[in-house]
Design a protein around this ligand. Structure first.
Ligand code: ATP
Length: 938
């Protein structure tokens, strides 16, 4: 074996070895030689050796996807549609300035102002994208990525980045393969190599030596980036990080292109339409003003300025900020959203299909009852600490011995004052604890009956079996769902005596099973059989069995779930439990957490689902009663998700197993578990719950709804101010006033100086109290609904009227005829200053009232969004500067505002708020009288 060992010596710097050479050499060795070739042992590396290798060869990480250079990202901001339009406008204005005779400094100011708009917008856009990228990265880093490794002969769970060459890893269905490794033991293992070969069909793998063919096709190697679809395996790492095939093949230079969500598309297309409208308005004003005696260049510059001012340039950036804030808030509440798209879909979720174990319950299993030899035995103690007793342990030992031998989990004693916990499947952990309480020593049992074969658990068969050798030949231990196991039994152990399993005895077992399940217990059965050899096929192992007993385990509901389920119900969201567990167990748990509220829920099993065609299934889902889907496999889950979607429901579905991936991908929101789920499920989902709890889904829906609401709020805010600005201009044009009541530069000062920050603050508004008391928004509802348009016109209209009133009140009050007004006239300068200040003040009050849709803002607390108050304050300071500071007075052609005028403006500014509060009040009144009426009818 000298030659391969030479090839396998790590070479180069930073852990760079030729993965190809490793793969070729290592694949030819028999499993027993793999250990020595990689300088390790079946007991794994020692911690010391692993640390040395980690220091020497680096961590098991790939270089981050390179970001495009900063300057490129910044430059990209100047090439989007709005920026280009504005740059052209600025250039034309500057050109107009050079053609003017005499030259008007105002034209040059406008050109500069438009340029400033572009620069400011580009900076905001750049900053937002940059921070959104960092957020996405940090969220990605929060998704747990661990692996199970033997170190110092003990199975541990370690961060995947700490893997080194020579590590012995244990893999099972749903695990992502974290490094290139050679199989030394394999049980029915199949992998999905799509990430490296593009071929998405699962392929079988084994541990026997292999000779020919390309390294990626080696039948005894698993590669980083691929996933284990089924089975279990033990493998030795031979390449990590950049030396892996994945690291070598993929030039991870370009980040995946960021896709726009439908919402972003809607806003972008709306912004474009508004730009078109602005163009039309500008052209109209140009056409009206030219015959009214203005010279061509000034009429053109004016129209251009108005158009630019009306374009909602900042909208797309504000939208991204709002979505990003939503994503960050969700992350703080344990819900990691991997795509912005999910934030939107969450807000319109109508159905949540949820798992039971871990999501509704604590996944803290404790065996409380064991039925063996025809007698029920009680087990004391709680959690995974093997402390407690079994009443009369002797008769239950055979069942618990078989269950313990047929388990891959490991109990981990507490460290630093913590609690006992389980590495691996919690159901199996509970069985190990019960076995210990019955006085069984697992290590001794395993030594007496070493495992020589395994057929791993899968949720379709609902069984797991292992083969063991012993003093008297070979035998199999099998555990699984009682009904499935009982079908494969021909005998039963009654107080140590094996007798034939008659129909009456079968019925007795199923009655006991139902009794346990009705108490909400998860029930498993255990069986065994003698075998003639070490490698019989699975059907042989799992047939002709002797039934040993039933084990009932308690998994208490999570305390926070009941309230979360109730919140979903109030919000018009249907909660459907989808579980592999027994119908009675499922119903008991569903009642405890409030999913079942009525006496008779609809309970449908996987077997029944198989009998239903699509129409029948659609009919079943159409009923609005409480629905439980039990004894289902991941394929059923996928079918149910698709059926709900046919009914135009927006479906969120949870999943933790490898086979859940298709349903997670297909659902509108696939939700995976961060703590207990598999890597494959986490990859397929768009949302990962760090705490696995259903309550986090409800919270995410609430936040998703509020993000959508906030977006509408700032849309109303931005567009109503446009109407407020445009109204006086149009009025003046048609009233024959020769000048504008507010100049283009002033409008830009509003859009940039006083509008951007409040819009951002509205985007960050906290969810309204009643956000979960309304039905879900229809998936076809447009962002600019009739209600939104109505509110824009309502608030913008009031603002426009106030602007006209202020302007004409001031110019009329001077007694000067309209035709005598010039740009330099002091009254005119005061009047346009008043219009600008009036808009700034009323925008502040509009922002306040927009904080709530139906609730009075006074109830919500006027001061509860400090960002908005600060943004309003900054706007006022900016406006005061424009009014009183000579430098800015020159730029904007403004004049100082008298104190009494401020008072008038304040009164007018409050008007939109007062009117909107009155509108909300009547809305609430109508709503409550409708509720009373409905209550009366019932
Ligand atoms: P839940 O909704 O409670 O999470 P599930 O969908 O995860 O349930 P499965 O894990 O598919 O359900 O389990 C289905 C049944 O298979 C269980 O009710 C139990 O009887 C049996 N079972 C579960 N885990 C194991 C295991 N490790 N070995 C053998 N049988 C098991």
């Amino acid at each position: 074996m000298a030659a391969p060992t030479d090839v396998l010596t790590p070479g180069g710097s930073g852990g760079e070895t030729s993965g190809d050479a490793d793969g070729l050499a290592i694949r030819t060795l028999p499993p027993t030689d793999v250990y020595s070739a990689l300088d390790t042992s079946p007991r794994g590396l020692t911690t010391e050796a692993a640390d040395t290798r980690l220091r020497r060869f680096g961590s098991n990480e790939l270089p981050r996807a390179a970001h495009p250079a900063m300057w490129r990202q910044l430059a990209a901001q100047f090439t989007d549609l709005f920026a280009v339009v504005l740059l052209v406008a600025s250039a034309i204005t500057a050109l107009a300035y050079t053609l003017q005779e005499p030259r008007d400094p105002g034209t040059l100011q406008l050109a500069v102002a438009i340029l400033a708009v572009v620069v400011l917008n580009a900076s905001i856009g750049f900053a937002q994208e940059y921070s959104a990228e960092r957020t996405a990265e940090s969220l990605q880093a929060m998704v747990p990525h661990t692996c199970r490794v033997l170190r110092d002969a003990v199975l541990r769970e370690l961060p995947a980045r700490e893997l080194v060459r020579g590590d012995v890893v244990i893999l099972e269905a749903g695990d992502a393969v974290s490094a290139d490794c050679r199989l030394v033991e394999a049980h029915d293992i199949t992998v999905n190599n799509a990430a490296i070969t593009g071929e998405s069909d699962a392929v079988g793998r084994g541990h026997e030596p292999d000779q020919q063919g390309p390294v990626l096709e080696a039948r005894n190697c698993l590669f980083m980036g691929t996933d284990v679809v089924a089975g279990t395996a033990k493998a030795v790492v031979f390449a990590t990080g950049r030396s892996t095939e994945f690291g070598r093949i993929f030039q991870l230079t370009a980040a995946a292109p960021r896709q726009k969500t439908p919402l972003q598309h809607q806003v972008a297309s709306m912004a474009r339409r508004v730009a078109g409208a602005a163009l039309a308005v500008g052209s109209l004003l140009f056409a009206v003003r030219l015959p009214a005696g203005q010279d061509l260049v000034s009429a053109f510059v004016f129209a251009l300025g108005v158009m630019v001012a009306l374009v909602p340039e900042g909208l797309p950036a504000t939208l991204s900020v709002s979505l990003a804030i939503g994503v960050r808030r969700m992350a703080r509440r344990h819900a990691l959203v991997k795509q912005l798209l999910a934030v939107e879909a969450l807000g319109s979720t109508t159905v949540v299909c949820t798992d039971k174990t871990g999501t509704l319950t604590q996944a803290e299993m404790t065996v409380v009852q064991v039925w063996a030899g025809g007698v029920m035995h009680t087990v004391s103690g709680v959690g995974y600490e093997p402390a407690g007793e079994v009443t009369d342990p002797e008769p239950v030992r055979a069942a618990l011995r078989a269950a313990a031998l047929c388990s891959n989990a490991r109990l981990v004693p507490p460290s630093d004052g913590g609690r006992w916990h389980v590495l691996g499947d919690t159901t199996e952990g509970a069985l190990l604890v019960a076995a210990a309480k019955a006085g069984l020593d697992r290590a001794a049992e395993e030594a007496a009956a070493p495992r020589v074969g395994e057929h791993p658990f899968d949720s379709v068969r609902k069984l797991m079996s292992t083969v063991h050798s012993g003093d008297h030949g070979y035998h199999a231990c099998v555990k699984g769902a009682p009904q499935e196991l009982l079908e494969r039994c021909t005998a039963i152990d009654r107080q140590g005596e094996v007798i034939a399993l008659t129909d009456a005895l079968r019925a007795e077992v199923m009655t006991v099973n139902d009794e346990l399940a009705t108490q909400g217990l998860r029930v498993l059965a255990a069986a065994r059989r003698e075998l003639s050899g070490p490698h019989p096929d699975r059907d042989t192992v799992e047939s002709g069995l002797t039934f040993l007993g039933l084990v009932g385990m308690l998994d208490p509901p999570r305390p926070e779930v009941r309230e979360a389920v109730a919140a979903c119900h109030r919000a018009g969201i249907r909660v459907v439990m989808v579980t592999g567990d027994h119908p009675l167990t499922a119903e008991a748990v569903a009642r405890r957490v409030g999913i079942v509220r009525h006496s008779a829920p609809t309970v449908v099993t996987g077997a029944r689902l198989n009998e239903l065609d699509d129409d029948a299934l659609d009919g079943l889902l159409a009923g609005q009663g409480d629905l439980l889907l039990c004894r289902v496999s991941p394929e059923h889950k996928m079918r149910v998700v698709t059926a709900f979607q046919r009914r135009l429901e927006v479906v969120a579905v949870t999943g933790d197993g490898a086979n859940d991936a298709p349903a997670l991908k297909h659902a509108d929101i696939g939700v995976a578990m961060g703590a207990s789920g598999t890597d494959v499920a986490r990859e397929a989902a768009v949302m990962v719950l760090l705490d696995d709890s259903f309550a986090s889904i409800a919270t995410a829906v609430r936040l998703g709804r509020s993000v959508y609401q906030n977006i509408r709020k700032f849309l109303v805010y931005v567009f109503s101010s446009n109407i407020g600005e445009l109204g006086p201009i149009i009025a003046a044009t048609f009233a024959g006033f020769p000048l504008v009541p507010i100049s283009a530069v002033q409008i830009l000062a509003i859009d940039l100086g006083s509008d951007v920050l409040p819009a951002l603050a509205l985007g960050a508004e906290r969810p309204e109290d009643d956000v979960m008391d309304r039905p879900p928004r229809s998936r076809h509802e447009r962002l600019f609904s009739a209600a939104v348009m109505g509110r824009i016109l309502f608030l913008g209209g009031i603002q426009a009227l106030c602007g006209c009133a202020v302007f004409f009140w001031h110019v009329n009050g001077s007694g000067i005829p309209f035709s005598h007004f010039t740009e330099d006239n002091a009254v005119y300068r005061e009047a346009i200053t008043l219009v600008q200040a009036g808009i700034v003040i009323s925008q502040f009050f509009i922002a306040l009232t927009l904080r709530t849709e139906r609730e009075s803002v006074f109830r919500a607390g006027l001061l509860s969004n400090p960002w908005l108050l600060a943004a309003g304050g900054i706007g006022l300071v900016w406006m005061s500067g424009i009014s009183y500071w000579p430098l800015l007075q020159n730029v904007f052609n403004t004049a100082p505002i008298a104190v009494t005028d401020w008072a008038v403006l304040a009164v007018l500014g409050v008007l939109p708020l007062a009117a909107d509060e009155a509108r909300k009040w009547s809305l609430r009144r109508r709503h409550s009288s409708r509720t009373v009426e409905q209550g009366g009818k019932r």
